[in-house]
Design a protein around this ligand. Sequence first.
Ligand code: NDP
Length: 397
Amino acid sequence: MGKVLVIGAGGVGTVVVHKMASLPEVFTDIMLASRTKSKCDAIARKIGGDRVKTAQVDADNVPQLVALIRTFKPDIVVNVALPYQDLTIMDACLETETSYLDTANYEPRDEARFEYKWQWAYRERFRDAGITAILGCGFDPGVTSVFTAYAAKHHFDEIHYLDIVDCNAGEHGKAFATNFNPEINIREVTQKGKYFENGQWIETEPHEIHKPLTYPGIGPKESYLIYHEELESLVKNFPTLKRARFWMTFGQEYLTHLRVIQNIGMAGIDPILYEGHEIVPIQFLKAVLPNPGDLGKDYKGWTSIGCRIRGVKGGKEKTYYIYNNCSHEVAYAETGTQAVSYTTGVPAMIGAMMYLKKLWKKPGVFNVEEFDPDPFMDALNQHGLPWNEIHDADLEL
Ligand code: NDP
């Protein structure tokens, strides 16, 4: 059916190509390219059967990307490198008239800001070139956005209150580790909190608002209000929303480590001079922390991520909770990665499949909730991320 170029050979890239390789009728040709080619080769070897070609590319370098795309000629480029590379990869896609998909919005390196404005600025150019950009197609953003679109389409006349709840109840046995790229992860969780209410964004101190929430099959976990990028597009695409918030669980041990890391300046993103070299503290920290890709072997327990929604249907108030629970051990047995990489990589594969099947193909730049949720929801059930619904229960929020 189609050719796909995947950029980024980390935990998420590993899952994306594993899943693609198991669907030869959809992904006829797969190339995995990244900064370090040996990592691509190791993943391709593990998958076997000559299913995955590999290449070296510096995704900060547009001419290199253009040359690679011109040689391989993919139908779509799946960007699972880092958010810093979003714009250069989009530039290369424009130059070669190739469609694009990612799982995280662009972030400038020198500023921990989570905004779609840089990528939304490509809308007209992608539309005029007749190519598609699918933004935020991991789990959150991604599945949570599709869950919201599905709820709005099938279960509500209007959605009013949205709470996205993200619980990782897994244990990896390390004193401190992050579940995906440490630099990106720490930048995200140490920023100020922010939520949307009555047409305004309200800012909080980091982790200021928290409460225990009960996750299905897991139980109560302290959950912290943080800002998360999908809130920005969801409140635009669902203008009936009166309030939209995002909650994530953190253990006390994790928060204590994080506080120390911040207090001693190791989460800093500004370069400092060390023995004559400029180093960025958070990048140095990444180098000494456990590699998220290596956590899978000993990871036990579950993630549970979903949307708790209140609104009206047929003139009556209604509540709805839709979620997926994913086992770290099952994810590891299938792909050699833990559930956080798995729950991001599977939706990225499905998004690329939606594009190749022409179900999510239109010229322009779109967040995932702007496409028909139904075929994506079916694919989640078929490809390892089944979902559950609870109607008219107490949402706790
Ligand atoms: P990793 O750090 O494990 O992997 C990133 C990969 O990108 C590495 O292989 C790295 O190369 C490569 N890379 C970095 N810079 C470049 C460059 N300039 N050129 C080419 N390759 C480069 O990250 P993860 O796999 O954990 O995460 C991947 C993406 O997924 C991130 O953008 C993250 O924000 C996103 N994500 C999204 C989630 C969601 O639910 N939406 C959840 C979790 C993650 P090298 O190996 O040489 O370092």
